[in-house]
Design a protein around this ligand. Structure first.
Ligand SMILES: *Cc1c(COP(=O)(O)O)cnc(C)c1O
Length: 472
Protein backbone atom coordinates (compact mmCIF):
# COMPACT_ATOMS: atom_id res chain seq x y z
CA UNK A 1 0.00 0.00 0.00
CA UNK A 2 1.45 3.31 -1.03
CA UNK A 3 0.99 6.14 1.42
CA UNK A 4 -0.48 9.18 -0.19
CA UNK A 5 0.50 12.39 1.39
CA UNK A 6 -2.30 14.64 0.23
CA UNK A 7 -5.79 14.08 -1.12
CA UNK A 8 -6.58 15.14 -4.64
CA UNK A 9 -10.32 15.65 -4.16
CA UNK A 10 -13.39 15.23 -1.96
CA UNK A 11 -13.95 11.77 -3.36
CA UNK A 12 -10.33 10.75 -3.82
CA UNK A 13 -9.41 8.11 -6.42
CA UNK A 14 -9.71 4.52 -5.28
CA UNK A 15 -6.05 4.09 -4.43
CA UNK A 16 -6.01 7.25 -2.30
CA UNK A 17 -9.21 6.25 -0.55
CA UNK A 18 -7.76 2.85 0.31
CA UNK A 19 -4.54 4.40 1.57
CA UNK A 20 -6.41 6.95 3.66
CA UNK A 21 -8.58 4.27 5.24
CA UNK A 22 -5.50 2.17 5.95
CA UNK A 23 -3.73 5.06 7.66
CA UNK A 24 -6.76 5.98 9.74
CA UNK A 25 -7.30 2.30 10.43
CA UNK A 26 -3.79 2.05 11.82
CA UNK A 27 -4.51 4.85 14.27
CA UNK A 28 -7.81 3.26 15.30
CA UNK A 29 -6.12 -0.11 15.73
CA UNK A 30 -3.50 1.48 17.98
CA UNK A 31 -6.22 3.05 20.11
CA UNK A 32 -8.13 -0.20 20.53
CA UNK A 33 -5.22 -2.53 21.15
CA UNK A 34 -3.53 -0.34 23.73
CA UNK A 35 -6.69 0.80 25.58
CA UNK A 36 -6.66 -1.94 28.20
CA UNK A 37 -3.09 -1.24 29.23
CA UNK A 38 -3.09 2.56 29.11
CA UNK A 39 -3.08 4.26 32.53
CA UNK A 40 -6.20 6.41 32.81
CA UNK A 41 -4.23 9.27 34.39
CA UNK A 42 -0.92 8.57 32.69
CA UNK A 43 -0.99 11.44 30.21
CA UNK A 44 0.16 15.02 30.61
CA UNK A 45 -2.79 17.41 30.85
CA UNK A 46 -2.41 18.80 27.35
CA UNK A 47 -2.78 22.38 28.53
CA UNK A 48 0.40 23.32 26.69
CA UNK A 49 -1.21 22.31 23.38
CA UNK A 50 -4.29 24.45 23.92
CA UNK A 51 -3.06 27.86 22.71
CA UNK A 52 -1.62 26.43 19.49
CA UNK A 53 -4.79 24.46 18.75
CA UNK A 54 -7.00 27.46 19.40
CA UNK A 55 -4.90 29.42 16.92
CA UNK A 56 -4.75 26.70 14.28
CA UNK A 57 -6.60 27.46 11.03
CA UNK A 58 -7.03 25.19 8.04
CA UNK A 59 -4.51 25.77 5.30
CA UNK A 60 -5.66 26.93 1.90
CA UNK A 61 -4.17 23.81 0.35
CA UNK A 62 -4.46 20.18 1.56
CA UNK A 63 -2.29 19.25 4.51
CA UNK A 64 -0.27 16.05 4.51
CA UNK A 65 -2.24 13.16 5.94
CA UNK A 66 0.73 11.92 7.99
CA UNK A 67 1.21 15.35 9.54
CA UNK A 68 -2.44 15.62 10.47
CA UNK A 69 -2.67 12.11 11.92
CA UNK A 70 0.50 12.80 13.86
CA UNK A 71 -1.11 15.90 15.31
CA UNK A 72 -4.13 13.84 16.32
CA UNK A 73 -1.83 11.33 18.02
CA UNK A 74 -0.27 14.17 19.99
CA UNK A 75 -3.69 15.36 21.16
CA UNK A 76 -4.71 11.81 22.06
CA UNK A 77 -1.56 11.40 24.15
CA UNK A 78 -2.89 14.04 26.56
CA UNK A 79 -5.77 14.39 28.99
CA UNK A 80 -7.78 11.89 30.99
CA UNK A 81 -8.06 8.65 29.05
CA UNK A 82 -11.72 7.75 29.62
CA UNK A 83 -11.42 4.66 27.44
CA UNK A 84 -8.79 3.10 29.75
CA UNK A 85 -9.68 0.12 31.93
CA UNK A 86 -8.95 2.00 35.16
CA UNK A 87 -11.64 4.62 34.59
CA UNK A 88 -13.83 4.22 37.68
CA UNK A 89 -14.82 7.88 38.08
CA UNK A 90 -18.25 9.47 37.57
CA UNK A 91 -20.18 7.10 35.27
CA UNK A 92 -17.50 5.57 33.05
CA UNK A 93 -18.16 5.20 29.34
CA UNK A 94 -15.75 3.06 27.38
CA UNK A 95 -16.67 3.07 23.68
CA UNK A 96 -16.90 0.05 21.38
CA UNK A 97 -14.99 -0.13 18.12
CA UNK A 98 -17.94 -1.85 16.43
CA UNK A 99 -20.18 1.13 17.20
CA UNK A 100 -17.57 3.53 15.83
CA UNK A 101 -17.46 1.46 12.65
CA UNK A 102 -21.24 1.70 12.46
CA UNK A 103 -20.85 5.48 12.57
CA UNK A 104 -18.27 5.42 9.83
CA UNK A 105 -20.53 3.41 7.56
CA UNK A 106 -23.61 5.47 8.43
CA UNK A 107 -21.87 8.79 7.84
CA UNK A 108 -20.30 7.64 4.61
CA UNK A 109 -23.58 6.29 3.25
CA UNK A 110 -25.32 9.44 4.56
CA UNK A 111 -28.80 8.02 4.23
CA UNK A 112 -31.57 10.41 5.18
CA UNK A 113 -33.57 8.96 8.08
CA UNK A 114 -35.69 11.91 9.24
CA UNK A 115 -38.54 10.65 7.05
CA UNK A 116 -39.13 6.93 6.74
CA UNK A 117 -40.20 6.99 3.10
CA UNK A 118 -36.81 7.85 1.62
CA UNK A 119 -34.98 4.79 2.84
CA UNK A 120 -37.49 2.51 4.56
CA UNK A 121 -35.05 -0.33 5.04
CA UNK A 122 -32.45 1.92 6.69
CA UNK A 123 -35.12 3.33 9.00
CA UNK A 124 -36.49 -0.16 9.69
CA UNK A 125 -33.02 -1.33 10.69
CA UNK A 126 -33.01 1.39 13.36
CA UNK A 127 -36.64 0.73 14.35
CA UNK A 128 -35.82 -2.96 14.75
CA UNK A 129 -33.11 -2.31 17.29
CA UNK A 130 -35.42 0.20 19.02
CA UNK A 131 -38.05 -2.53 19.30
CA UNK A 132 -35.45 -4.76 20.87
CA UNK A 133 -35.11 -1.99 23.46
CA UNK A 134 -38.81 -1.50 24.13
CA UNK A 135 -39.28 -5.28 24.41
CA UNK A 136 -36.29 -5.59 26.69
CA UNK A 137 -37.94 -3.13 29.07
CA UNK A 138 -41.32 -4.83 28.85
CA UNK A 139 -43.11 -1.86 27.29
CA UNK A 140 -46.33 -2.33 25.33
CA UNK A 141 -46.40 -2.96 21.62
CA UNK A 142 -47.34 0.64 20.91
CA UNK A 143 -44.11 1.83 22.51
CA UNK A 144 -41.54 3.83 20.58
CA UNK A 145 -37.83 4.16 21.13
CA UNK A 146 -35.66 7.06 19.99
CA UNK A 147 -31.93 7.40 19.77
CA UNK A 148 -30.76 10.83 20.91
CA UNK A 149 -27.47 12.44 21.81
CA UNK A 150 -27.54 11.45 25.48
CA UNK A 151 -29.48 11.15 28.70
CA UNK A 152 -29.96 14.90 29.00
CA UNK A 153 -31.66 15.08 25.60
CA UNK A 154 -33.77 12.04 26.52
CA UNK A 155 -34.89 13.59 29.82
CA UNK A 156 -35.76 16.82 28.01
CA UNK A 157 -37.76 14.96 25.36
CA UNK A 158 -39.63 13.08 28.10
CA UNK A 159 -40.47 16.18 30.13
CA UNK A 160 -41.67 18.07 27.05
CA UNK A 161 -43.89 15.10 26.15
CA UNK A 162 -45.27 14.94 29.70
CA UNK A 163 -45.95 18.68 29.59
CA UNK A 164 -47.88 18.34 26.35
CA UNK A 165 -49.92 15.53 27.85
CA UNK A 166 -50.71 17.08 31.22
CA UNK A 167 -50.41 20.86 30.95
CA UNK A 168 -50.81 21.85 27.30
CA UNK A 169 -50.54 25.65 27.03
CA UNK A 170 -50.51 25.92 30.83
CA UNK A 171 -46.88 25.43 31.67
CA UNK A 172 -47.00 28.17 34.31
CA UNK A 173 -49.04 25.77 36.44
CA UNK A 174 -46.95 22.67 35.70
CA UNK A 175 -45.08 20.84 38.47
CA UNK A 176 -42.50 18.02 38.40
CA UNK A 177 -41.62 15.64 41.25
CA UNK A 178 -38.25 14.09 41.75
CA UNK A 179 -35.79 12.95 44.41
CA UNK A 180 -32.86 14.68 46.05
CA UNK A 181 -30.43 12.45 44.15
CA UNK A 182 -32.03 13.02 40.74
CA UNK A 183 -29.60 14.00 38.00
CA UNK A 184 -29.22 17.72 37.35
CA UNK A 185 -30.43 17.17 33.78
CA UNK A 186 -33.93 16.47 35.14
CA UNK A 187 -34.12 19.95 36.70
CA UNK A 188 -32.53 21.41 33.59
CA UNK A 189 -35.10 19.67 31.38
CA UNK A 190 -37.97 21.01 33.47
CA UNK A 191 -36.55 24.54 33.28
CA UNK A 192 -36.04 24.37 29.50
CA UNK A 193 -39.55 22.95 29.13
CA UNK A 194 -40.81 26.10 30.86
CA UNK A 195 -41.74 24.65 34.25
CA UNK A 196 -41.26 27.51 36.72
CA UNK A 197 -38.16 27.04 38.84
CA UNK A 198 -40.03 26.84 42.11
CA UNK A 199 -42.28 24.11 40.77
CA UNK A 200 -39.73 21.33 40.49
CA UNK A 201 -40.45 19.52 43.75
CA UNK A 202 -37.50 17.75 45.30
CA UNK A 203 -39.32 15.23 47.46
CA UNK A 204 -38.08 13.49 50.58
CA UNK A 205 -36.59 10.09 51.11
CA UNK A 206 -37.18 7.64 53.92
CA UNK A 207 -33.75 6.02 53.79
CA UNK A 208 -31.60 8.89 52.55
CA UNK A 209 -31.10 7.38 49.08
CA UNK A 210 -34.42 6.59 47.48
CA UNK A 211 -37.41 8.74 46.66
CA UNK A 212 -40.24 8.17 49.15
CA UNK A 213 -43.56 7.66 47.29
CA UNK A 214 -45.45 8.87 50.36
CA UNK A 215 -43.62 12.20 50.24
CA UNK A 216 -44.43 12.52 46.54
CA UNK A 217 -48.09 11.74 47.16
CA UNK A 218 -48.45 14.34 49.91
CA UNK A 219 -46.81 16.96 47.72
CA UNK A 220 -48.90 16.19 44.64
CA UNK A 221 -52.15 16.26 46.60
CA UNK A 222 -51.25 19.62 48.08
CA UNK A 223 -50.35 20.98 44.64
CA UNK A 224 -53.60 19.71 43.15
CA UNK A 225 -55.51 21.48 45.92
CA UNK A 226 -53.59 24.63 45.07
CA UNK A 227 -54.67 24.42 41.44
CA UNK A 228 -51.32 23.32 40.00
CA UNK A 229 -50.89 20.70 37.27
CA UNK A 230 -48.56 17.82 38.18
CA UNK A 231 -47.04 16.67 34.90
CA UNK A 232 -44.46 14.08 35.86
CA UNK A 233 -43.01 11.95 38.63
CA UNK A 234 -39.37 11.23 37.81
CA UNK A 235 -37.85 8.17 39.44
CA UNK A 236 -34.22 7.17 39.14
CA UNK A 237 -33.11 3.67 38.16
CA UNK A 238 -29.61 4.11 39.40
CA UNK A 239 -28.88 7.56 40.78
CA UNK A 240 -25.66 9.06 39.51
CA UNK A 241 -24.34 9.59 43.04
CA UNK A 242 -24.85 6.15 44.52
CA UNK A 243 -26.57 3.95 41.96
CA UNK A 244 -29.63 3.66 44.21
CA UNK A 245 -32.88 2.59 42.54
CA UNK A 246 -36.05 4.41 43.55
CA UNK A 247 -39.07 2.23 44.51
CA UNK A 248 -40.37 1.97 40.96
CA UNK A 249 -43.50 -0.18 41.55
CA UNK A 250 -44.82 2.16 44.25
CA UNK A 251 -44.06 5.23 42.13
CA UNK A 252 -45.84 3.59 39.18
CA UNK A 253 -48.91 2.94 41.36
CA UNK A 254 -48.91 6.53 42.51
CA UNK A 255 -48.55 7.93 39.02
CA UNK A 256 -51.40 5.72 37.79
CA UNK A 257 -53.68 6.63 40.70
CA UNK A 258 -53.07 10.35 40.31
CA UNK A 259 -52.99 10.38 36.52
CA UNK A 260 -49.46 11.75 36.26
CA UNK A 261 -46.74 10.82 33.75
CA UNK A 262 -44.18 8.39 35.19
CA UNK A 263 -40.70 8.91 33.85
CA UNK A 264 -37.79 6.69 34.88
CA UNK A 265 -34.30 8.10 34.46
CA UNK A 266 -32.31 4.92 33.87
CA UNK A 267 -29.43 6.65 32.10
CA UNK A 268 -26.92 4.93 34.33
CA UNK A 269 -28.61 1.72 35.40
CA UNK A 270 -31.01 0.80 32.60
CA UNK A 271 -29.08 -1.84 30.73
CA UNK A 272 -28.51 -3.92 33.84
CA UNK A 273 -32.00 -5.16 32.94
CA UNK A 274 -30.10 -7.58 30.68
CA UNK A 275 -28.92 -9.43 33.81
CA UNK A 276 -31.08 -11.48 36.18
CA UNK A 277 -30.06 -9.43 39.19
CA UNK A 278 -30.58 -6.15 37.39
CA UNK A 279 -33.96 -7.23 36.07
CA UNK A 280 -35.13 -8.09 39.57
CA UNK A 281 -33.89 -4.80 40.98
CA UNK A 282 -35.42 -2.75 38.17
CA UNK A 283 -38.84 -4.32 38.55
CA UNK A 284 -41.57 -1.77 37.89
CA UNK A 285 -39.66 -0.02 35.12
CA UNK A 286 -41.99 -1.71 32.59
CA UNK A 287 -44.82 0.46 33.92
CA UNK A 288 -43.12 3.75 33.04
CA UNK A 289 -44.61 6.17 30.52
CA UNK A 290 -41.06 6.92 29.46
CA UNK A 291 -37.56 5.67 30.20
CA UNK A 292 -34.25 7.46 29.66
CA UNK A 293 -31.34 5.22 28.73
CA UNK A 294 -27.74 5.97 27.94
CA UNK A 295 -26.22 3.30 25.70
CA UNK A 296 -23.04 5.37 26.03
CA UNK A 297 -22.94 4.35 29.67
CA UNK A 298 -24.21 0.86 30.44
CA UNK A 299 -24.04 -0.49 26.88
CA UNK A 300 -20.41 0.64 26.39
CA UNK A 301 -21.19 2.68 23.26
CA UNK A 302 -19.24 5.81 22.34
CA UNK A 303 -20.38 9.13 23.78
CA UNK A 304 -23.27 10.72 21.96
CA UNK A 305 -25.77 7.86 22.29
CA UNK A 306 -28.78 8.34 24.52
CA UNK A 307 -32.19 6.77 24.16
CA UNK A 308 -35.73 7.50 25.17
CA UNK A 309 -38.44 4.87 25.28
CA UNK A 310 -42.04 6.04 25.38
CA UNK A 311 -44.85 3.61 26.16
CA UNK A 312 -47.25 5.15 23.64
CA UNK A 313 -45.90 6.33 20.31
CA UNK A 314 -48.71 8.82 19.75
CA UNK A 315 -47.69 10.82 22.81
CA UNK A 316 -44.44 11.68 21.08
CA UNK A 317 -46.30 12.67 17.95
CA UNK A 318 -48.55 14.90 20.02
CA UNK A 319 -45.53 16.71 21.42
CA UNK A 320 -43.31 16.89 18.34
CA UNK A 321 -45.29 16.56 15.13
CA UNK A 322 -46.25 19.68 13.31
CA UNK A 323 -49.95 19.50 12.75
CA UNK A 324 -49.94 18.55 9.11
CA UNK A 325 -47.37 15.85 9.67
CA UNK A 326 -49.28 14.56 12.61
CA UNK A 327 -52.58 14.29 10.81
CA UNK A 328 -50.97 12.52 7.94
CA UNK A 329 -49.27 10.19 10.37
CA UNK A 330 -52.16 9.63 12.69
CA UNK A 331 -52.57 6.06 11.70
CA UNK A 332 -53.29 3.35 14.23
CA UNK A 333 -51.44 1.02 11.94
CA UNK A 334 -48.57 -0.33 13.98
CA UNK A 335 -46.83 -1.56 10.87
CA UNK A 336 -46.46 1.94 9.47
CA UNK A 337 -42.95 3.24 9.89
CA UNK A 338 -42.98 6.44 11.95
CA UNK A 339 -41.07 9.48 10.72
CA UNK A 340 -38.40 10.36 13.27
CA UNK A 341 -38.88 14.02 12.38
CA UNK A 342 -42.47 13.83 13.66
CA UNK A 343 -41.55 12.36 17.02
CA UNK A 344 -38.39 14.28 17.99
CA UNK A 345 -36.99 17.82 17.88
CA UNK A 346 -34.83 16.92 14.88
CA UNK A 347 -35.56 16.99 11.18
CA UNK A 348 -32.30 15.98 9.58
CA UNK A 349 -30.51 13.50 11.80
CA UNK A 350 -27.63 11.08 11.61
CA UNK A 351 -28.48 7.43 11.05
CA UNK A 352 -27.87 6.64 14.71
CA UNK A 353 -29.35 3.18 14.60
CA UNK A 354 -26.29 1.66 13.04
CA UNK A 355 -24.04 2.45 16.00
CA UNK A 356 -26.34 0.36 18.18
CA UNK A 357 -27.32 -2.29 15.64
CA UNK A 358 -23.82 -3.23 14.49
CA UNK A 359 -22.32 -3.99 17.93
CA UNK A 360 -25.39 -5.99 18.94
CA UNK A 361 -25.18 -8.03 15.76
CA UNK A 362 -21.44 -8.55 15.83
CA UNK A 363 -21.08 -9.34 19.54
CA UNK A 364 -24.51 -10.81 20.32
CA UNK A 365 -26.72 -9.98 23.27
CA UNK A 366 -25.01 -12.50 25.57
CA UNK A 367 -21.74 -10.60 25.39
CA UNK A 368 -23.44 -7.52 26.84
CA UNK A 369 -25.36 -9.53 29.43
CA UNK A 370 -22.22 -11.31 30.61
CA UNK A 371 -20.19 -8.10 30.72
CA UNK A 372 -22.84 -6.36 32.81
CA UNK A 373 -23.13 -9.36 35.11
CA UNK A 374 -19.39 -9.17 35.55
CA UNK A 375 -19.66 -5.44 36.48
CA UNK A 376 -22.16 -6.34 39.22
CA UNK A 377 -19.79 -9.02 40.53
CA UNK A 378 -16.81 -6.69 40.46
CA UNK A 379 -18.68 -3.92 42.28
CA UNK A 380 -19.81 -6.35 44.94
CA UNK A 381 -16.28 -7.65 45.28
CA UNK A 382 -14.93 -4.12 45.66
CA UNK A 383 -17.61 -3.30 48.21
CA UNK A 384 -16.78 -6.38 50.33
CA UNK A 385 -13.09 -5.59 50.29
CA UNK A 386 -13.63 -1.96 51.27
CA UNK A 387 -16.28 -2.81 53.85
CA UNK A 388 -13.88 -5.23 55.55
CA UNK A 389 -11.25 -2.54 56.06
CA UNK A 390 -11.36 -0.93 59.51
CA UNK A 391 -10.06 2.37 58.11
CA UNK A 392 -12.95 2.66 55.68
CA UNK A 393 -16.72 2.85 55.91
CA UNK A 394 -19.01 2.11 52.99
CA UNK A 395 -22.46 3.58 52.48
CA UNK A 396 -23.98 0.14 52.08
CA UNK A 397 -23.86 -2.56 49.42
CA UNK A 398 -24.26 -1.30 45.85
CA UNK A 399 -27.68 -1.52 44.19
CA UNK A 400 -25.81 -1.76 40.89
CA UNK A 401 -22.16 -1.14 40.14
CA UNK A 402 -21.45 2.09 42.07
CA UNK A 403 -19.60 1.72 45.37
CA UNK A 404 -19.63 4.68 47.76
CA UNK A 405 -17.33 4.90 50.74
CA UNK A 406 -15.35 7.16 53.07
CA UNK A 407 -12.06 6.87 54.82
CA UNK A 408 -12.65 7.33 58.57
CA UNK A 409 -12.07 11.03 59.12
CA UNK A 410 -13.13 14.46 57.89
CA UNK A 411 -13.84 15.73 54.38
CA UNK A 412 -10.23 16.78 53.81
CA UNK A 413 -9.16 13.20 54.36
CA UNK A 414 -11.47 12.04 51.55
CA UNK A 415 -9.85 14.48 49.13
CA UNK A 416 -6.43 13.40 50.38
CA UNK A 417 -7.28 9.76 49.71
CA UNK A 418 -8.40 10.59 46.19
CA UNK A 419 -5.16 12.44 45.50
CA UNK A 420 -3.10 9.59 46.99
CA UNK A 421 -4.83 6.93 44.85
CA UNK A 422 -4.48 9.05 41.74
CA UNK A 423 -0.71 9.32 42.20
CA UNK A 424 -0.52 5.77 40.87
CA UNK A 425 -2.19 6.94 37.62
CA UNK A 426 -3.75 3.57 36.78
CA UNK A 427 -7.17 4.12 38.36
CA UNK A 428 -9.39 7.16 38.60
CA UNK A 429 -12.09 7.60 41.24
CA UNK A 430 -14.34 10.57 41.91
CA UNK A 431 -16.07 12.20 44.85
CA UNK A 432 -19.50 13.62 45.49
CA UNK A 433 -21.26 15.30 48.38
CA UNK A 434 -24.00 13.38 50.16
CA UNK A 435 -25.82 14.89 53.14
CA UNK A 436 -23.17 17.58 53.31
CA UNK A 437 -20.26 15.12 53.47
CA UNK A 438 -17.66 14.33 50.84
CA UNK A 439 -17.99 10.72 49.71
CA UNK A 440 -15.70 8.71 47.44
CA UNK A 441 -17.13 6.78 44.48
CA UNK A 442 -15.85 3.80 42.55
CA UNK A 443 -18.04 2.85 39.58
CA UNK A 444 -17.47 -0.30 37.54
CA UNK A 445 -18.92 0.25 34.09
CA UNK A 446 -16.19 0.18 31.46
CA UNK A 447 -16.23 -2.98 29.36
CA UNK A 448 -12.46 -2.98 29.84
CA UNK A 449 -12.50 -3.00 33.64
CA UNK A 450 -11.34 -6.40 34.89
CA UNK A 451 -10.81 -8.08 38.24
CA UNK A 452 -7.12 -7.07 38.10
CA UNK A 453 -7.98 -3.40 37.91
CA UNK A 454 -10.50 -3.67 40.74
CA UNK A 455 -7.98 -5.50 42.92
CA UNK A 456 -5.45 -2.80 42.14
CA UNK A 457 -7.96 -0.06 43.00
CA UNK A 458 -8.88 -1.76 46.28
CA UNK A 459 -5.22 -2.17 47.23
CA UNK A 460 -4.44 1.47 46.44
CA UNK A 461 -7.46 2.65 48.44
CA UNK A 462 -6.68 0.46 51.45
CA UNK A 463 -3.01 1.42 51.49
CA UNK A 464 -3.85 5.11 51.21
CA UNK A 465 -6.48 4.84 53.95
CA UNK A 466 -4.04 3.14 56.27
CA UNK A 467 -1.40 5.81 55.76
CA UNK A 468 -3.90 8.63 56.16
CA UNK A 469 -5.57 7.25 59.25
CA UNK A 470 -2.19 6.50 60.86
CA UNK A 471 -1.32 10.16 60.29
CA UNK A 472 2.01 11.76 59.54
C1 LIG B 1 -25.44 10.64 32.97
C2 LIG B 1 -26.82 10.80 33.46
C3 LIG B 1 -27.70 11.70 32.86
C4 LIG B 1 -27.27 12.63 31.76
O1 LIG B 1 -26.96 11.92 30.62
P1 LIG B 1 -25.94 12.50 29.51
O2 LIG B 1 -25.84 11.39 28.57
O3 LIG B 1 -24.67 12.82 30.24
O4 LIG B 1 -26.58 13.72 28.95
C5 LIG B 1 -29.00 11.74 33.31
N1 LIG B 1 -29.40 10.95 34.34
C6 LIG B 1 -28.59 10.08 34.95
C7 LIG B 1 -29.11 9.24 36.06
C8 LIG B 1 -27.26 9.98 34.54
O5 LIG B 1 -26.44 9.12 35.17
Amino acid sequence: MTNVSTLSGFDPPQEQTAALLAQVGELVEELVTTAASRPVLGNPSGNDLVPGLLDQRPGDQPAEIETILQQLREVLATGVDNAASGELAYIPGSGLLTAALGDLIASTANRYTGLAGFSPAAVALELGVLRWLTELFGLPERAQGLLLSGGSAANLTAIVTAREMHAPDQVQRATVYTGAHAHASVRKAARIAGVPNGQVRVCGSSDGWRLDPRAVEVRIKQDLEDGLLPIAIVGAAGTTNTGAIDPLPALADLARDLGVWFHVDAAYGGFFVLTDRGRARLRGIERADSITLDPHKSLFLPFGTGALLVAERNHLALAFAEESDYLRDHSQDLDALPDFSSITTELTREWRGLRLWLPLQLHGEAAFRDALDDKLDLAEHAWRELEADPNLETLGPPDLSAVTFRVCGDDDLQDALLARVHEDERVRLSTTVIDGHVVLRLVVLSHRTTRDIIDLAVRLIRDAAQELVAGP
